[in-house]
Design a protein around this ligand. Structure first.
Ligand code: DC
Length: 190
């Protein structure tokens, strides 16, 4: 079974997707970490990179880059590199290989539209721009810039799948959001 959670930066995707995965006993996939690792690797060919997950840690060619990929600079660079069709092709293939076996909660920008259009449940997670900027601890302009690039790019732009359920997390607790999504999953399987 596959749950896709897409949406803009700061909507709460990572926290919520991880908690939903825990609640259901599924594995969590942070697709943004792949784009961040490519950004950290600089000019290297994304198809040759060894990016792996070990529990909560992200490994790039065997080195733990979990913290190094979370800087504001890498956030912007990941968003820039994500516009490159060669980068997307390599990372979509990697995601599909991972998702082919087992039960997953995968989060990103294009899981429900491109990576896994056949997902059992698609959630579009949003929140107001000021709240998303506050959660990320960055100026609203920085979040807006990334939104515009992610949504405006030619290849696999960030957009809600037509069959996604929209959940606006503005002013909601994580628990509340997680309960709603777990409820949606249980409705689908019952
Ligand atoms: O979710 P995140 O902030 O870690 O993602 C970092 C960048 O990676 C994001 O600005 C755009 C890109 N990305 C993408 O294009 N497609 C995804 N499925 C996930 C992330």
């Amino acid at each position: 079974m596959l749950i896709a959670i897409d949406g803009p930066a700061g909507a709460g995707k990572s926290t919520v997707a991880r908690a939903v995965a825990d609640a259901l006993g599924f594995t969590y996939l942070d697709s943004g970490a792949l784009y961040r690792a490519v950004a950290l690797a600089g000019a290297r060919d994304p198809a040759t990179l060894d990016i792996a997950f070990e529990g909560d840690r992200v490994l790039l060619d065997g080195a733990d880059v979990s913290e190094a990929i979370r800087t504001p600079e890498i956030s912007q660079e990941a968003s820039r590199r994500a516009t490159d069709p060669a980068v997307r092709k390599a990372l979509v293939a990697k995601q599909r290989a991972l998702l082919a076996h087992g039960d997953w909660v995968a989060e990103g920008r294009d899981i429900g539209t491109v990576v896994a259009p056949g997902a059992d449940l698609k959630v579009w997670l949003t929140a107001s721009l000021p709240e998303r900027a506050r959660r990320r601890g960055v100026p609203p302009d920085e979040v807006r810039e990334r939104d515009q690039r992610d949504a405006g790019r030619e290849h696999a732009p960030m957009v809600a799948a037509p069959d996604a359920v929209e959940v606006d997390t503005t002013g909601l607790s994580i628990d509340n959001v997680v309960r709603r999504i777990v409820g949606l999953v249980r409705e689908r399987v019952s």
